[in-house]
Design a protein around this ligand. Structure first.
Ligand code: PEP
Ligand code: MN
Length: 358
């Protein structure tokens, strides 16, 4: 994706992209009041869902096309850019007719390559330079599916492109409505360093009181922006009422964020990174010596006809290392994963000794 362009060409692209607004457009008054509030809070883009098919049919399913008139009014009266979700060719046509600046593809749609291709083709037919597109991660934790959706749009000529991390759904009750699984969006950012990555703490948390911490974590990790659900009266919201915050709460949240605009590492960061490189080299050297010793042990065990794997030895190593690592502030999970990876490699190396002909 070499030819990516800024999401909003007329805005300063160093500043974070804050998008805020209600889950759904409900009435003209709700839209205009919320838009005014989130603009004052520091959002540069106003969001609102127009078409909202819900998990179970029969609830509020969005106001439909009339809401696009309200978004156009927000654009004209506040100067903010506006964003909405599209899932079909018809949505794209109507949104673009109403001059929506940013289209986003929802988590259920980005999991469906047919729908993404249809959206991409419709945008290209109307004019790919007229909109930016943000692609939410698919509901299931599948990075390739996410990348595939982004590439479909890019290949169709949509170069103002970004990704939204909204968490991944899992069965059962959890603290988060959708698990963040940070390593998936961070891997996306590693593969496509110039692709803007935006966090949606509202759909990850599913609760208003989790939005603050999640937003801070995302910005501390270096995300390019946030999309936050904000409603002038969250308790009365017709969808996602538990996770929406007031524009006033949004203002407090945004003003409390540490924004890291220095993308170029300075000297002290460089020194610390050099030190990390040295430590990693040391770590690998130690691991290499440990593996060498494992091979020597294997040779010995082989001569004495002792089997490679001994369960009590393994349990004892695990318990001992976990408690030592705990004293060094490392989590039990991390130590368990690390030691089991080392052990697996060590067994593999020992097997090569056993398999060698005498
Ligand atoms: C939304 O942003 O309101 C929405 C429906 O999000 P998602 O596709 O992430 O569930
Ligand atoms: Mn929502």
């Amino acid at each position: 994706m070499e030819k990516l362009q800024p999401i909003l060409s007329h805005l300063d692209n160093l500043a974070p992209l804050y998008i805020a607004g209600p889950c759904s457009a409900e009435s003209r008054d709700q839209i205009l009041r919320t838009a005014d509030g989130v603009r004052q809070a520091g959002a540069r883009v106003f969001r609102a869902g127009i078409w909202k098919p819900r998990t179970l049919p029969g609830g509020f399913e969005g106001v439909g096309s009339v809401g696009l008139e309200w978004l156009l009014e927000v654009k004209q009266t506040t100067g903010m850019a506006v964003a909405t979700e599209v899932a079909t060719a018809q949505h794209v046509r109507e949104a673009m007719q109403h001059e929506v600046d940013i289209l986003w593809i929802g988590a259920r749609t980005s999991a469906n390559p047919f729908a993404v291709q249809e959206i991409a083709d419709t945008i290209t037919t109307i004019g790919a330079d007229k909109v930016a597109v943000l692609v939410k991660n698919p509901v299931n934790p599948d990075l390739e599916l996410w990348v595939g959706a982004l590439q479909r749009l890019y290949n169709a000529g949509v170069h103002r492109l970004g990704a939204i991390h909204r968490g991944f759904s899992v069965y059962g009750q959890h603290l988060y409505r959708n698990l963040p699984l940070w390593r998936i969006p961070l891997e996306l950012a590693r593969r496509f360093p110039t692709l803007p990555l935006i966090c949606d703490p509202s759909h990850i948390g599913g609760r208003a009181d989790l939005v603050n911490t999640l937003s801070r974590q995302a910005m501390d990790m270096g995300y390019d922006g946030l999309i936050i659900e904000s409603h002038c009266a969250p308790q009365q919201a017709l969808s996602d009422s538990r996770q929406q915050i007031t524009p006033h709460q949004l203002a407090t949240l945004l003003s409390g964020l540490n924004v890291r605009t220095h993308r170029q590492p300075d000297d002290s960061l460089k020194n610390m990174r050099d030190e990390i490189d040295r430590l990693d080299a040391e770590l690998l050297d130690v691991l290499g010596r440990r593996m060498q010793l494992s091979r020597e042990i294997a040779q010995y065990k082989k001569e004495k006809h002792i089997p490679i794997f001994q369960a009590e030895r393994y349990d004892q190593i695990m318990t001992d290392r976990i408690s030592s690592a705990r004293r060094l502030n490392m989590s039990d999970d991390f130590t368990r994963n690390l030691m089991s990876a080392i052990h697996e490699e060590s067994v593999r190396q020992q097997l090569t000794i056993y398999n060698k002909p005498h």
